[in-house]
Design a protein around this ligand. Structure first.
Ligand code: NAP
Length: 340
């Protein structure tokens, strides 16, 4: 046994609706010695992502639910602090699905572990715009949304890591880009810092009229991140031939009964002329992981890709930060800083 103590957040009981005290709790255990072929990682930065909430429910989605007593799933940036594998040296930096914990042991040939060489990119960006959310925005827009120059692209959750990359990539492709975000401050950032053409505050009370004014030529691509009232407003403005990559619908993730939620699929299928729409997963382009990470990291390094982040300090603050993110309290990528 090493002298190290691992703190981790486990699922003690399944949340009914919003996460409450006692649903996700911290536990600790000694870190065992590694065996031949294994690698010991220390978590530096933990990513908090909306997809983690549906995985706390007892229903099978596109991934298995987290089991009671199991560590909450999640990706992090880690440093190798001990290695008995020829594939890793002490000091190597990697992204890895460690879950919400401070130490993690992997076999030296584990899949979905990627070495990173920061080259002017902040480490934590590999969990945000140059990481899984960034690749999601980039691939979902380019390969499912297929925008053409001059078209109008609308993206919801526009100030978050997925929306940030969708909007800036669509601008690079010559589109008119309209964000939807919650609150004046986020909307101002989306236009003034990220360079979108407009941003509609869905909390201001005039969603339908404001969106119509921001999209005088209708909507050709809607990148779906939130569902709910935003989807219903967008649906009325979609042009013939429009495309809707369905990335997620975070407004429903805290629902007490997911089977009763009106999803974007219900909204679009009910239309007389439904847009081309489908759910996609970022892992569809897993074979291009390194190439697309490289494209996005280069854009971060040369300040072409702008973004915000919100940082919670220490694993003990992860649960509150996660609850806040599901209600839009985060401004940009939500992270937990664990160690330097
Ligand atoms: N399919 C995939 O492979 C894949 C991969 C990664 C992420 N995703 C999805 O991509 C979406 C965005 O992820 P992200 O990491 O960039 O998250 P994010 O934007 O950092 O955080 C979620 C945001 O959703 C918005 N929101 C929360 N409740 C809402 C409501 N009731 N109505 C409207 N908006 C609400 C909030 O922004 P506002 O304050 O602006 O409302 C909040 O900040 C999520 O749906 C996620 O599940 C999918």
């Amino acid at each position: 046994m090493t002298d190290l103590i691992n703190r981790k957040i486990i699922l003690q009981q399944r949340p009914q609706g919003e996460i409450r005290d006692g649903d996700l709790v911290m536990e600790q255990e000694p870190v065992r010695d590694i065996r031949d072929g294994e690698v010991l990682l220390q978590t530096l930065w933990l990513s908090l992502d909306p997809y983690m909430r549906p995985r706390l429910n007892d229903s099978k989605g596109y991934m298995d639910p987290v089991g009671i007593g199991e560590t909450i799933v999640g990706e992090s940036v880690c440093r190798v602090i001990e290695s008995k594998s020829g594939n890793y040296s002490v000091g190597d930096l990697v992204t890895c699905y460690t879950g919400w914990q401070e130490y993690f042991i992997i076999p030296g040939d584990a899949q979905m572990v990627y070495k990173i060489e920061p080259k002017g990119v902040p480490l934590q960006a590999y969990l945000g715009v140059a990481g899984m959310p960034g690749r999601t925005g980039y691939c979902g827009l380019k390969f499912v949304g297929k925008p053409k120059a001059g078209e109008t692209v609308v993206v919801s959750a526009a100030s978050g890591p997925v929306g940030t990359v969708v909007g800036q990539t669509a601008k690079q492709m010559g589109c008119r880009v309209v964000g939807v975000a919650g609150g004046e401050e986020k909307c101002r950032f989306v236009v003034e810092e990220l360079g979108f053409d407009a941003c509609v505050d869905y909390k201001a009370g005039n969603l339908q009229a404001d969106l119509k004014a921001a999209c005088p030529d209708g909507i050709d691509v809607y990148f779906e991140n939130v569902g709910g009232e935003v989807t219903r407003a967008v649906a009325t403005l979609l042009n013939p031939g429009s495309r809707v990559p369905i990335c997620g619908y975070v407004s429903a993730y805290n629902a007490e009964d997911a089977t009763k939620v009106e999803t974007p699929f219900h909204v679009f299928k009910a239309m007389e002329n439904p847009p081309e729409h489908r759910f996609f997963l970022v892992t569809e382009w897993q074979d291009r992981h390194q190439e697309i990470t490289g494209i996005l990291a280069d854009q971060v390094a040369n300040h072409q890709l702008k973004y915000r982040e919100t940082v919670a300090e220490g694993l003990e603050n992860a649960v509150e930060a996660f609850k806040g993110m599901l209600k839009g309290k985060n401004f940009g990528k939500q992270l937990v800083h664990i160690a330097d």
